[in-house]
Design a protein around this ligand. Sequence first.
Ligand SMILES: [Zn+2]
Length: 349
Amino acid sequence: MGYGSVEPSSFMSDFLRKSGGYAVIDGGLATELERHGANLNDPLWSAKCLLSSPQLIRRVHLDYLDAGANIITTASYQATIQGFEARGLSREEAESLLRRSVEIACEARNIHYDRCTKDSWDFMGSERISKQRPILVAASVGSYGAYLADGSEYSGNYGDTVTLQTLKEFHRRRVQVLAESGADLIAFETIPNKLEAKAYAELLEEEGIKIPAWFSFNSKDGINVVSGDSVEECASIADSCKQVIAVGINCTPPRFIHGLILSIQKVTTKPILIYPNSGETYDPERKEWVQSTSTGVADEDFVSYVGKWREDGASLFGGCCRTTPNTIRGISSVLYNKSSAVTTLQFQD
Ligand SMILES: [Zn+2]
């Protein structure tokens, strides 16, 4: 589903309208792969499963769809041509694995639709109307820091030798391949600094990318993105780029989100997306998430924030690392089913 002749801005507003005003993004993909036994202690992280266990990726997508997600993000976060080549694959093999990540998500969507088909038709007079909810496949693009696999997507510090041009060349071919892969949009995730946001915006423009994109930044203080760059300046870059249809924050502790939404709103009217992590902290040495007493939250507490983020003005909600289908089920019920749940939930900070 590209936007073709439709304006990028109406692509998202149409989707949100059809979804009831809000959208549910999936939860942590890598987290869920690990929970099912995958060992992701590897420079390719979750993209390793594209080689070793594509059926597990499809199953996790399906679990998120069953939990109520209507946007699923592909296993391409840490799938890069350079990373696959370092593993001994050819460029063609690397590109076909990128495409495969999108195919797997599309397969999951088809299976989910098939399963729902039985009860998904309504009759209006003689016309049969589909009640199937719209589901989007978002092709994930992790930052340059994710490829480095040294935790630098949580510092945003790439050193002086990495320029705008370095980042554009690093991402160019992957973005082209994913844009032609059948995905509905590109999810630029965990963007740690302004330079990388600029590189993405210029790439989208230069390459005439035909599908829309979202920009999602991460923060560890609720004020700036992780590099220390201003969140307003980062969100302004997204705002100026016509292909960008939503702007937001992912992989950031829930308690920082409220303030970040307010900052983003100062510079854009584009829909705001939010998919925080559980508040634990990633230890790049151990390649593990460790409990943090200051920011960690349980599933119920995570979900209890959603009503507040919605009041703040965000429209798309999901989870990132260390969140599971259970978190997404909770978010989905707050947004769609149990209006009483929303009114009784309080913002906790
Ligand atoms: Zn994450």
